[in-house]
Design a protein around this ligand. Structure first.
Ligand code: ISL
Length: 591
């Protein structure tokens, strides 16, 4: 017995010793080679999010504006995609200066969209199908028609005065602040009634709330609890990096607006506010929280999403979106086209920044962007389908929660308006006025907006080939893309090779292969100007993703042996087996 004990103790000692020496030798290796930390699994890391712009998804009453009943009627379609959560752009009461991002009552539904009963039915319909609902939380600003602002502007001693940022005119002009949507880019609006300026970093009708006032924060928390107690599953937090202002109003250096996130995105009490919100509200529910933007670098964003800091779950960055535009100009596409090497650097930096802690989002489009197909793929009839599948392969095979924008699953593309009159977006309309006042070339402006304007991504969903695309029986609020004749969900439904069915297949692949969710991401062949290649590795499994971003054949030079590799998915009927890729070809191999 004694001998056995001695033997066991010796084995134990050897094991401990060898484990320690292993650890020592591992710690001497470069950081990237250390074994992965245990997976911190969460539903929101595994979820595929589908973004719906409610105004444009489905109209149920013929007024040409999408509504909640319309979305309800399409829930089976949404379910059929395989997505886990829906992020709905704002559906709250709003005079619609910025399509619902100007809220006049946070606890009421916009009349165009329906009623609170419709909302309750929508939420139930989603939950019955196992789909979560994430709401847009727009709390950097509200509408000038919100009761808080009406009160606030009515007199200097109104109890709501400090709900907003005011500057008394007798002190002269306030320190300049840039406004994104103002025709003169001036964020201070003079208000005659009380002889003072109020701050609006978006449109004049979107006054900024004063987050330094604890009463404002408590109102917002109360409103959040109202929705969470109804059962909503999370929030996408609009313009959240801008909520906290330095109210000593320091002077920013000339040209600061070209680096706006740096100057607006890091208010002195920003993280105190988010931590307070987490303590007061978020920590009490099992929800998903995502910040729209979180600074200019992964290190900035980590402050929001490091689990030890108790703030939010994830953020999404703008570096990918800002790519391909001429710096310092309003939405001028870079004539040099897509710089894939730069794109790879950006997405790799943002993936690597969260390899061990925190989490990030993955997206190529939203309601604030043009269609991804036109911008990053190719919307010509020849390459439309294949490049749309390639881009969805990218979104759904990267590390980070994927956000898929409505219509991208069928390959919707930019509408490319010829006339300013067709635009509905306040941003484009006001920037046009600004360009006109400055005597700029308006034809050039319109040409650039065909590629870049937000309305390109907001046209009605193309359900079928009829002139209104099955979106509405009336005249739609924004023109429907005439290419619905060929690009529409009905036509794609029964075609096994359609972008729509590929999208479903790609989501299934992600769900059935944990390696695509949690696996380590490694960029390969970084200098290749045409092909984006990376591996995903987990628990001994290794997948290789090859994406040709160009309209020509191109080779991936990963140095990996593909002779025994198994193809898991490809966007051509006969996928490449050796890394020689056809135009816009994408293939995922298991090595
Ligand atoms: O859309 C943009 C550029 O075209 C962004 O600068 C955008 O204004 C910024 O990311 C904040 O966006 C959010 O708040 C805006 C609203 O218009 C956007 O739709 C929303 O996503 C103001 O509420």
């Amino acid at each position: 017995m004694k001998n056995t004990n001695f033997l066991l103790l010796s084995i134990l000692a050897i094991l401990i010793f060898s484990t320690n020496s292993c650890q020592n030798s591992t710690s001497e290796k470069p950081k990237t080679q250390t074994s992965a930390p245990p997976l911190d699994k969460k539903w929101w890391k595994e979820a595929v999010v589908y973004q719906i712009y409610p105004r444009s998804f489905q109209d149920s009453d013929g007024d040409g504006i999408g509504d909640l009943k319309g979305i309800i009627s399409r829930l089976d379609y949404i379910k059929s995609l395989g997505v886990d959560a829906v992020w709905l752009n704002p559906i709250y009461a709003s005079p619609n200066a910025d399509n619902g991002y100007d809220i006049s009552d946070y606890q009421a539904i916009m009349r165009d969209f329906g009623t609170m009963d419709d909302f309750n039915n929508l939420l139930k319909g989603m939950h019955d199908r196992g789909i979560k609902l994430v709401m847009d939380l727009v709390a950097n600003h509200c509408s000038d028609e919100h009761e808080w602002f009406k009160q606030s502007r009515s007199s200097r001693d109104n109890p709501y005065r400090d709900y907003f940022h005011w500057w008394p005119a007798e002190k002269g002009k306030p320190t300049p602040r840039f406004s994104f949507f103002d025709v003169e880019s001036d964020a201070w609006q003079f208000d005659k009634k009380t002889n003072a300026y109020y701050l609006h970093i978006f449109a004049e009708k979107q006054p900024d709330l004063n987050w330094e006032n604890p009463k404002v924060r408590e109102e917002i928390y109360k409103m959040m609890r109202f929705w969470l107690d109804k059962g909503v599953d999370g929030f996408r937090m609009d313009a959240f990096q801008y909520i906290c202002k330095d109210t000593t109003w320091p002077v920013f250096p000339p040209g600061y607006e070209k680096d706006i996130i740096k100057w607006y995105g890091n208010g002195p009490h920003l993280h105190d506010h988010i931590q307070e919100m987490n303590r007061e509200v978020l920590s009490k529910y099992d929800i998903m929280t995502v910040a729209e933007g979180a600074g200019t670098s992964p290190a900035d964003a980590m402050k929001w999403v490091d689990p030890d800091r108790h703030e939010l779950n994830m953020a999404y960055h703008f570096e990918g979106m800002d790519m391909g535009q001429v710096a310092g100009k309003f939405k001028v596409p870079d004539p040099a086209g897509l710089d894939l090497v730069k794109m790879k650097q950006i997405y790799t930096r943002w993936s690597d920044g969260f390899a061990e802690r925190g989490w990030v989002s993955m997206y190529l489009a939203s309601h604030d962007q043009p269609r991804m197909l036109t911008r990053w793929g190719n919307d010509s009839p020849e390459f439309r389908d294949v490049s749309s599948k390639m881009l969805n392969t990218f979104i759904l095979s990267m590390r980070g929660t994927p956000y898929c924008y409505y219509g991208d699953e069928i390959g919707m593309s930019n509408i490319k308006f010829d006339k300013i009159e067709y635009y509905q977006d306040i941003e484009t309309i006001n920037q046009y006025k600004k360009a006109k006042a400055a005597g700029e070339d308006l034809q050039e402006f319109l040409k650039n907006q065909k590629i870049m304007a937000r309305d390109n991504g907001r046209t009605p969903f193309q359900w079928d080939a009829t002139p209104t695309a099955g979106f509405s029986t009336g005249k739609s609020w924004l023109k429907t893309n005439p290419n619905c004749a060929t690009t529409n969900a009905a036509a794609q439904e029964n075609d096994p090779n359609s972008p729509l069915n590929y999208f479903r297949k790609m989501i299934r692949l992600r769900k059935e292969n944990e390696v695509l969710i949690y696996g380590k991401y490694t960029l390969l062949d970084a200098a290749n100007p045409d092909v984006y290649s990376y591996s995903r590795e987990l628990n001994g499994r290794k997948l290789l993703v090859l994406l040709n971003f160009k309209a020509k054949t191109a080779s991936a030079n990963t140095g990996l042996d593909l002779s025994k590799a198994k193809i898991l998915i490809g966007n051509y009927a006969l996928p490449s087996k050796n890394g020689e890729l056809k135009p816009y070809e994408s293939v995922i191999f298991e090595l």
